[in-house]
Design a protein. Structure first.
Length: 155
């Protein structure tokens, strides 16, 4: 378990499922002591409705999240070099984050979180897959930063 960093960036392929879920979970579990953002290699999609649904089950609001790419982030003034930790949730985002930050003394971690978007045919099967991805993120957050603050329930 490590101490909470001052800033964390979660990233995935489109900033539509895994990285916004991780951003919302981190903020919910650990408050606003840490500056937390998320981005994607691309930002060509809206936040996924199933991601919104499974996060709302835990009181996390994702519907207003605006997807953004690494490029858009930098144009808005969020330099990747300013983050203490970048957590890549997909192989593509890991490669991109390492390429962008290769000249900085910056930690890039890879958390292999499943991509739930192509899993299941029925609504219930899809929700189960998204809950599984959410659960994997929760496990990684707790392993890295400890239990949620203030007795927040993770179920």
């Amino acid at each position: 378990m490590s101490r909470l960093p001052q800033s964390v960036l979660f990233c995935c392929d489109h900033n539509a499922v895994r990285s916004p879920m991780a951003e919302g979970l981190m903020k919910k579990f650990y408050g606003h002591e840490t500056y937390v953002q998320s981005a994607g290699v691309l930002a060509d999609m809206d936040v996924d409705g199933f991601a919104i649904s499974v996060c709302s089950e835990l009181g996390i609001e994702l519907a207003r999240h605006k997807t953004r790419s690494f490029d858009e982030m930098q144009k808005l003034g969020d330099e990747l070099s300013s983050f203490d930790l970048i957590v890549a949730l997909s192989p593509t985002s890991q490669r991109e984050a390492k390429e962008i930050t290769r000249f900085y003394a910056l930690q890039v971690e890879y958390w292999p979180i499943m991509d739930p978007t192509a899993t299941g045919e029925t609504r219930d099967q899809k929700l189960a897959a998204y809950r599984q991805a959410r659960g994997q993120i929760i496990e990684r957050l707790i392993a890295k930063f400890g239990p949620p603050k203030d007795g927040i329930s993770v179920s």
